[in-house]
Design a protein around this ligand. Structure first.
Ligand SMILES: C[S@@+](CC[C@H](N)C(=O)[O-])C[C@H]1O[C@@H](n2cnc3c(N)ncnc32)[C@H](O)[C@@H]1O
Length: 276
């Protein structure tokens, strides 16, 4: 029976291997108590008696995808909010968008942005607002792809309803322009004109990317922090391949590509560009 005893060495090791192989997330010993308490909750809600039964459930068939999602949600953080790390949005407004707009106009020219590890959607909606505010997107073939491993956060993102608390960086004028307040005044719904710009879909960053085209900008912020160096290096190599020449990669402020071999040009901390 799962009680207050710590998870055993072998169960913890088995669990860490599973999470690493499926999601690239590295758990070390200082996460052990957290893992134990979160997993104990999962086991209780599934009515399971021990970790052995839980592993059996995880490995059932080709893998119990919904339980893998629940597991990931239980051990990772989905914390995010609108205009988090605003330096990146300022860079878009001041450098990236003017450069895109200055390019020779081709009718229906594609602009493709990817929010990789978008969590509950605040990041891609902030991107949509930034582009809509700084260029006539209706004159372009403009789309944002927003992906995450967790179907739970993607459902929230598609729903597009947020607590005021998560919107503290949204100015009053943007709030009025792009959101509708709920009756209680504490929650806001994103307007359909923003939702129409974004495609939310599930994608595990550990797998090969299924894209035909390349991106002008990739945001992958506060995601790689969970991965080890070799997983980060593989991911950055894949991102680089899927950037257009001159395209940008934005990573989280507390992340860095130092000690990772890559072919991107450093612009400033947490900002990289593919050679033109
Ligand atoms: C802390 S949130 C970052 C949200 C947003 N990018 C930001 O900076 O505010 C990290 C997200 O990465 C997702 N994630 C973790 N491992 C992943 C993987 N292997 N593939 C896709 N998404 C993953 C998690 O589900 C979570 O929603």
């Amino acid at each position: 029976m799962i009680g207050s005893d710590r998870i055993s060495d072998s169960d913890f090791a088995r669990f860490c291997d599973f999470v690493y192989s499926r999601c690239g997330i590295t758990l070390n010993d200082n996460k052990r108590d957290l893992v134990h308490s979160r997993l104990a909750k999962r086991l209780r809600s599934l009515g399971l008696e021990n970790y052995g039964d839980y592993f059996e459930l995880l490995y059932a068939g080709r893998g119990n995808e919904q339980e893998i999602v629940n597991l990931l949600d239980a051990i990772s953080t989905n914390v995010t909010y609108f205009f988090r790390e605003d330096k990146h949005f300022n860079f878009l407004a001041q450098k990236v968008i003017p450069a895109l707009v200055a390019e020779p106009q081709v009718l229906g020219k594609k602009i493709r942005i990817w929010s990789a590890g978008c969590s509950s959607g605040e990041e891609p909606y902030s991107l949509a607002i930034t582009f809509a505010e700084n260029m006539p997107i209706e004159q372009w073939d403009f789309r944002i792809l927003a992906t995450d491993l967790s179907t739970n956060v993607l459902e929230h993102a598609r729903n597009g309803v947020y607590d005021r608390e998560r919107m503290r960086n949204v100015s009053a004028s943007l709030l009025k322009k792009y959101f509708t307040a709920g009756r209680d005044g504490r929650r806001y719904r994103v307007d359909a004109k923003l939702t129409a710009l974004i495609k939310f879909t599930r994608l595990n960053l550990m797998l090969d990317f299924p894209f035909k085209g390349r991106f002008d900008c990739i945001f992958c912020r506060n995601v790689m922090i969970y991965f080890d160096r070799s997983t980060q290096a593989d991911l950055v190599r894949k991102f680089s391949f899927f950037l257009k020449p001159g395209g940008c990669l934005m990573i989280g402020h507390s992340e860095s590509l130092t000690n990772i071999k890559h072919d991107l040009l450093y612009i400033q901390p947490s900002l990289y560009r593919k050679k033109s």
